[in-house]
Design a binder for this molecule. Structure first.
Ligand code: SAH
Ligand code: F3S
Length: 481
């Protein structure tokens, strides 16, 4: 039987003789930050319109996409290892095509095709709408590359297909790119200049999520506090905005309030906050709306003024401590987490001690801690020597992690004996008999299932804790259901 292959308007659906549209199978894997996971949902949505269904089975995939991360060298090595695995799978499934998306795609561009023979397609973070055309190229046997960064692409008009979703929590992206130019960071190069998404489309997405039963959203951006909508365009072009655009501009505090009011029972989180851009009105907005969670991820990277300056973090240790004081004053129950880098070029033992003493001051609830990894093309790579020996970086990192663990335990202990409101996200990883959820402060809470179910807001009496988890027993539904 001869198959008639016909291109539909979008180019890639295959029509069989009996007019049945075949679906192809997409296997998509994401690495790195939450933004990548969120982007993969946008990609799945774009490709669903092209007749692709997602699959969890690598062996049956027609198209394998890997959404990559460049933030540290190790993240890139992980992706390279995965590509080796795909190579092996291709021996069994020779028709499988492989595309790389995300930050490594943007960083390496067409070099990727030379370095990794398995790769058929390279697509940067702003080029996903071009995927239908690029897939057509690879279907016709050519390699395809699009790594053009955009001034306005925010994918605001695309309803993401929720992947691996628990049906309860979801990400909603609000800005793309970053203008901060921290000297160690590759993100401004791989994700381009900062731009914000139309608040109208953000609210619509939040409303749709609520209608589908979602109970918690996280507003996502590299630097959410820098959010600024004035009708479109780059953040840095705001100075060219008309008086009317200025007068009606929406900043992050305003957006947060709009979202909180649009769905008063939806829990709202956001990530990531940059200390230099976080304003008091954001903290005050959090205090005003009980559905905005009491949790701020506030990376500082170092406690040393000299290192902060070399990193181009545009605040001092003192200013950061004042911000912490303001958060504690306005939101006494607020959890705060950090990102830290150990062993930035020229970091001395004294600088490292400054980091530890800043940690003592804040006593973070949790943190994400890394050894400095030089990234090609960044200012630090071009202007500074990666001169802290690997074993010194490792030892300092160990000290930072150990101290964080101590502070984590100090914070979790404060919850013991109290009753926290928890949103149930799913079964505990360790025990089928227990639910896992989070309290407002974003701490994981585990408790026996009883009559409760996924998506319920439950009051849990906290009885015990580790440095990162609270253990307790449900004492009833909260009135947020
Ligand atoms: N604003 C972003 C930060 C992205 S990078 C966000 O949304 O989280 C996440 C963290 O990775 C940074 O805060 C920093 O602590 C770490 N990081 C970035 N570049 C790094 C590098 N070159 N070496 C080690 N850690 C790095
Ligand atoms: Fe990177 Fe600094 Fe932006 S860490 S993402 S350049 S705020």
């Amino acid at each position: 039987m001869e198959k008639i292959i016909e291109e539909d308007r979008q180019g890639t659906s295959l029509l069989l003789e009996n007019n049945e549209v075949t679906t192809r199978k997409l296997y998509i894997e994401s690495y790195g930050c939450q933004m990548n996971f969120s982007d993969s949902e946008i990609v799945a949505s774009i490709l669903a319109k092209e007749g692709f269904n997602t699959t969890q089975e690598l062996l049956e995939a027609d198209l394998v996409l890997v959404n990559t991360c460049s933030i540290r060298e190790k993240a890139e090595q992980t992706v390279r290892k995965r590509l080796e695995k795909f190579n092996a799978v291709k021996k069994v499934n020779p028709n499988m095509k492989v595309g790389v998306l995300g930050c490594m795609a943007e960083r390496l561009k067409s070099k990727f095709l030379e370095e990794e023979k398995i790769v058929d397609m390279v697509v940067g973070p702003d080029a996903y709408k071009d995927l239908p055309n690029l897939i057509q190229e690879i279907d016709e046997g050519r390699n395809a590359v699009n790594v053009i960064l955009s001034k306005d692409e925010t994918y605001g008009d695309i309803a993401p297909v929720r992947l691996n979703s628990n049906g309860v929590t979801a990400f909603v992206s609000i800005t793309r790119g970053c203008d901060n130019m921290c000297t160690f960071c590759v993100v401004p190069f791989t994700r381009g200049r900062e731009r914000s998404r139309d608040p109208k489309s953000i609210i619509e997405e939040v409303n749709e999520l609520w209608a589908k039963g979602y109970k918690e959203i996280t507003l996502l951006g590299q630097n959410v506090d820098s959010y600024l909508w004035y009708g479109g365009g780059l953040k840095k072009d705001f100075e060219k905005a008309t008086p009317m655009q200025r007068a009606t501009a929406v900043n992050f505090a305003k957006l947060l309030e709009m979202v909180a009011l649009a769905q008063p029972k939806m829990r709202i989180r956001f990530s990531t906050s940059n200390p230099q851009d976080m304003t008091l009105d954001v903290i005050e907005t959090m205090a005003k709306h009980s559905n905005i969670c009491n949790y701020i991820h506030l990376p500082v990277q170092s406690g040393s003024d000299r290192i902060l300056k070399a990193m181009n973090r545009l605040h001092t240790r003192q200013e950061y401590m004042e911000l912490i004081d303001n958060i504690r004053r306005i939101l006494p129950d607020c959890a705060i987490s950090q990102d830290m880098i150990a062993g930035f070029p020229t970091e001395t033992e004294e600088d490292h001690q400054d980091t530890l003493s800043l940690m003592e001051y804040v006593k973070y609830d949790f943190g994400f801690m890394f050894a400095y990894s030089e990234r090609p093309g960044t200012l630090a790579a071009r202007k500074m020597n990666d001169d802290v020996p690997e074993e010194v970086k490792k030892r300092r990192l160990r000290e930072i992690i150990d101290l964080q663990q101590k502070h984590g335990l100090y914070r979790t202990k404060q919850h013991v004996g109290k009753v926290d409101e928890v949103l149930i996200e799913g079964p505990s990883k360790k025990s089928e008999a227990h639910w896992m959820g989070r309290n407002s402060q974003n701490t994981v809470v585990v408790f026996p299932k009883e009559q409760y179910t996924i998506g319920d807001f439950v009051h849990v009496k906290i009885e015990d804790c580790t440095s990162a988890t609270l253990l307790g027993e449900a004492v009833g539904f909260s009135n947020n259901n």
